[in-house]
Write a protein that binds this ligand. Structure first.
Ligand code: GDP
Ligand code: MG
Length: 138
């Protein structure tokens, strides 16, 4: 059993795809064990994406993720980290396999519908970031 962190990004929230995306998780044996809707501040976003701070697209990434509300959830299941990445599809929606969340709902590499932890180690850090004082209840 693993846990991973998912974020439904502002584009997908704004377009009304929260339910569609959560349905994909649930029908693929990823159980939602924690969830909240938030509007990240610039400071929170910079901390969350600190790993990318030297990348040329960092400013665009921060501007986009803070542009509207997001839905943050913890998904639990067998191989949850890899399974979520598989369901998400490639970072660039033009390269995402048919049927994946990004192929279905994303518009561009910035507005690409979802975030998902890329390793078990980062999943733990990211779950802690959003649900730090609720871990005992999970
Ligand atoms: P992910 O794990 O598939 O989300 O991709 P990364 O961790 O590599 O990048 C984080 C986020 O930054 C991605 O979801 C994209 O929204 C954005 N991003 C990644 N690479 C690029 C890029 O080359 N250009 C732009 N504009 N954004 C990017
Ligand atoms: Mg990533």
């Amino acid at each position: 059993m693993e846990r991973t962190l998912s974020i439904i990004k502002p584009d997908a929230v704004e377009k009304g795809h929260i339910g569609d995306i959560l349905k994909i998780f649930e029908t693929n044996n990823l159980k939602i064990v924690a969830m909240k809707m938030v509007h990240l501040s610039t400071q929170e976003a910079e901390q969350f994406y600190a790993i990318h701070k030297e990348r040329p697209f960092f400013r665009d990434l921060i501007d986009f993720i803070t542009s509207g509300r997001v839905v943050v959830s913890v998904l639990e299941g067998e191989n949850a980290v890899a399974k979520n990445r598989e369901l998400m599809g490639a970072t660039n929606p033009q390269e995402a396999a048919p049927g994946t969340i990004r192929a279905e709902f994303a518009d561009s590499i910035d507005a690409n519908a979802v975030h998902g932890s890329d390793s078990l180690e980062n999943a733990k850090i990211e779950v802690e970031f959003f649900f730090n004082n609720q871990l005992a209840a999970l």
